[in-house]
Design a protein around this ligand. Structure first.
Ligand SMILES: Cc1ncc(COP(=O)(O)O)c(C=O)c1O
Length: 341
């Protein structure tokens, strides 16, 4: 915590990707600001990728927009239908610029739909915004570091003072993350159920709060201080090094969803596609290697209509490569995976 400077004003962290915009409590809320801006311009429908995080639906429903889904293939390419006057959401998955980006940006320019780009996973990647100045962008830095709350979008709107409840949630999240850090550091063979229950419940309560308030904007100062105080350069370097290390160690033994790491990509995790994913995931968890699933699809996405998205959702898991881990950890993780496959 010592490395976090205090007293930074919102202006100090206001310029993001060289653009001005608005900080919010979450990615959901950042999307809500963009949607409200579009509603003010007569938009009432959002076209979404079938492979997505369910929380994205919350601001859409809260603001009363209609929505539909489009196909995403097994390589994460996006195929939205042209819907004049609607909004189309494009997600840059796992740190890589979506391979359909150029085509969709051109379509947006010629066919007059409003393109919204979700750069949450590409938060630390160089994702060539310059060619898309007219596009609407949002993200949250919460997936790449110990950031309790925070989201950002490229639309300027009036900034609200953070509510008392939001302030309380920031501290709850910070406390839960500290306890989780200590707990995971201990590397105990047997787990301390009470500690684990405490931090899991506390983090769940924060998520529930964000779920229930997907349009809250006001972000407490401490969240700005944490975002501005983190060494994002180190975080980026460590993630890239860990990804490369794991890729070398697991080469040919697992099916990596993304098979090479371009210079300008900072990956969210090492994503593999595997039959029997849930069994492997449980075996790894028993050895304290916790691999999130991106994502369990929301009920609104029909797996019969979108089998490729369903397959991604049912077979992929994300092996952690974040800054808490080093090469030794990657070696251990790779060994455990090879044993459990
Ligand atoms: C790609 C992507 N965009 C947006 C969000 C929403 O972010 P937040 O949880 O900060 O609302 C998520 C959530 O997991 C996500 O994975």
């Amino acid at each position: 915590m010592e490395s976090i400077p205090s007293g930074l004003s919102e202006q100090d962290v206001f310029q993001t990707y060289g653009m001005s915009g608005t900080w919010t409590t979450s990615g959901r809320a950042a999307l809500a600001v963009i949607l409200q801006h579009l509603i003010n311009h007569g938009v009432n429908h959002v076209h979404l990728p079938a492979y997505l995080c369910g929380s994205i639906l919350l601001p859409i429903k809260e603001l009363g927009l209609t929505y539909s889904f489009y196909r995403v293939d097994h390589e994460l390419a996006a195929y939205p239908e042209s819907m004049e006057g609607s909004a189309v959401l494009l997600i840059h998955y796992f740190g890589w610029l979506n391979k359909s980006t150029t085509r969709i940006r051109e379509e947006a320019a010629h066919e007059s739909f409003h393109l919204i780009e979700d750069t949450t996973h590409a938060f630390l990647s160089d994702w060539q915004i310059s060619s898309a100045n007219s596009n609407l962008v949002f993200m949250t830095p919460r997936k790449f570091g110990p950031v309790p709350l925070g989201g950002w979008c490229s639309v300027d709107t009036e900034v609200e003072v953070a509510s008392k409840e939001t302030e309380a949630m920031v501290w709850q999240s910070v406390a839960a993350r500290l306890v989780r850090g200590l707990y995971l550091d201990k590397q105990l063979a047997s787990s301390d159920v009470e500690t684990e229950t405490f931090y899991l419940q506390a983090l769940r309560a924060v998520e529930l709060f964000l779920d229930h308030h997907p349009t809250y904007i006001g972000l407490p100062q401490i969240a700005f201080d944490i975002i501005a105080g983190l060494n994002w350069d180190d975080i980026a370097k460590r993630r890239r090094a860990n990804w490369r290390c794991l890729h070398d160690l697991l080469d040919g033994q697992v099916d990596a969803l993304l098979k090479s790491l371009p210079e300008d990509v900072v990956p969210l995790g090492y994503v593999i596609s595997v039959q029997g994913r849930d069994r492997l995931r449980a075996r790894l968890a028993s050895q304290r290697i916790f691999c999130p699933v991106h994502w369990t699809l929301p009920n609104e996405v029909d797996p019969q209509v979108f089998p490729e998205a369903a397959l991604l959702s049912n077979t992929c898991m994300t092996i952690p490569i974040d800054q808490r881990y080093d090469t030794d950890d990657m070696v251990r993780i790779a060994e455990v995976i090879k044993t459990e496959l």
